[in-house]
Ligand binder design. Structure first.
Ligand code: ZN
Length: 71
């Protein structure tokens, strides 16, 4: 099942699902873009792809991190 990014359109595969009052699916770029805003509002941001670990905007020590994505 291929989810697509609600912001970029059907050409872009979503990497994250965001749930609160509704549900959004976002690609990695969009998820990172809106992450601070959504987390501040209490939305849950979940990785769709189990191999894609959720990045965290905060400094939680127990948060999973993307390893080596840009390095
Ligand atoms: Zn997008």
């Amino acid at each position: 099942m291929n989810e697509t990014c609600d912001r970029c359109g059907p050409a872009v595969r979503a990497a994250y699902r965001v749930q609160e009052q509704g549900e959004l699916t976002l690609c990695r770029h969009c998820a990172l873009d809106v992450w601070p805003t959504l987390s501040a509002q209490g939305w849950s941001i979940l990785s769709i792809d189990a191999t894609t670990l959720a990045p965290q905007a905060g400094e939680q020590d127990d948060a999973p991190r993307d390893v080596g994505a840009n390095e």
